[in-house]
Design a protein around this ligand. Sequence first.
Ligand code: GLN
Length: 283
Amino acid sequence: MKTILETLDSGTQWLEKKGVEDARRNMQLLLCHQLECSKIQLYTRFDEPLTDEALAPLREMLKRRGQREPLQHILGTVEFYLRDFYTDSRALIPRPETEELCEIVLKQLQPSAPKKVLDMGTGSGVIGLTLALEYGAQTQVTLADTSADALELAAKNTTALGVENTTSVRTNLFSEIQDQRYDLIVANLPYVPERDRASLAAELEYDPDLALFSGEDGLDIIREFIQKCPSHLEDGGCVALEIGIHQHQEVEQLLAAAGFTDINTLPDISGIYRFPTARWKTI
Ligand code: GLN
């Protein structure tokens, strides 16, 4: 029988051969998942033999990962802003940079609790639910998405986290929320350029197309969103977006053309200008 360490080594090599990045970390997390233990606990159990009972499902998970199914789908959950969220093929897998967007909103853009918040394109709900939990009961958050599948997943996360200050709406941008105004609108809309499709990592095939792509330059939906946004913001209300590399100058121009002020784009930890923010002032 192989020990846990031997299995970690052989699984890592196998994943490396399949072109999986961070193969060892992936293998560690699969082992932790199978053995229901933390990474630290795993280190203390290296000499333990793995039973056939544990090995069979592990082989199955390894096979899926080797076919480049994302680790997050295999594990079924992802940590976001220190909470566990369910993730699956119904919505985009939450990315670490989107945690940075939440941090910017909560620490810099809008530190005090706003009354009404909109998470446009909520997907699995990570942004809206994080804001609902961090701001607390005085804030009401609307989780909006065009995908019924995504809203189902967001509802599952809402229940699992016990969040009570949200409502959700199926809407194509603002089509079903015509008369509503918000103090804060946050949006991680699809922004991947269609022309980049062929060069993306294999794992991205498992994200819904609808959540990733938005026309040749990736900005089709964001253009429409920015144009419609002002009539859904209270005076002094803010907007915060996530965008892709090389898009911030054009997005800043779009925000300026729509009449926004205080336009500013903050970089992510890799230095990519990813988070445009702006304020709506009618006076
Ligand atoms: N950050 C994602 C990626 O490039 C895209 C997310 C999005 O389109 N909103 O993998």
